[in-house]
Design a binder for this molecule. Structure first.
Ligand code: S3P
Length: 171
């Protein structure tokens, strides 16, 4: 049985890498945001605008807790903020869980998120000129939590196959 949890900032490639890893290993891939969207029948932007971020974080915490309790064999990609709220980062430390931080630089994230901000409520309201400073500060604040993962894999300039292969070497 394998339990793999992928963490990292928005745009670091968690979902893409999760799917690829799944193809390579046969372990089923899940995405916590997609689970939340399916269970609530609402998109992440709708949840943020209808309930606010704090309620979203509570929901995210409950879904993560129950997923970990109920599943034995998975690759789970977390939303970028998930490890940074409640005691969620403690799940990354659990025996039997291979947690991996997909680490991207600010420059790389800005490039990757350039056309991807619309679906991310925390970024969609920013003006172009505000993006770099927002990401830099946000990443600084979150870095402690991301580094609670057992492994750190740098993603800058690497194609997804290379990253996924690197992760298979950790299993
Ligand atoms: C968030 C990241 C998003 C999603 C929500 C909040 C965050 O997931 O959970 O918009 O706080 O970083 P992705 O990292 O998959 O974009």
């Amino acid at each position: 049985m394998s339990k793999i949890v992928l963490v990292g900032y928005m745009g670091s490639g968690k979902s893409t890498i999760g799917e690829l890893l799944s193809e390579m290993t046969g372990i089923p891939a899940f995405d916590l945001d997609k689970i939340i969207e399916k269970d609530t029948q609402k998109t992440i932007p709708e949840l943020f605008s209808e309930f606010g971020e704090i309620k979203f974080r509570k929901l995210e915490h409950e879904k993560l807790k129950s997923f970990i309790a109920e599943n034995e064999h998975y690759i789970l990609s977390l939303g970028g903020g998930a490890p940074c709220y409640a005691n969620n980062h403690e799940f990354l430390k659990l025996d039997g869980i291979v947690s991996v931080y997909l680490k991207a630089s600010i420059k790389e994230l800005i490039k990757r998120l350039e056309n991807e901000r619309a679906n991310r409520p925390l970024l969609s309201g920013l003006k172009e000129a505000e993006v770099e400073e927002f990401i830099a500060k946000h990443l600084f604040d979150r870095s402690y939590f991301y580094h609670q993962a057992k492994h750190v894999v740098s993603v800058d300039g690497k194609n997804p196959d290379v990253i996924a292969t690197e992760i298979t070497g950790l299993l």
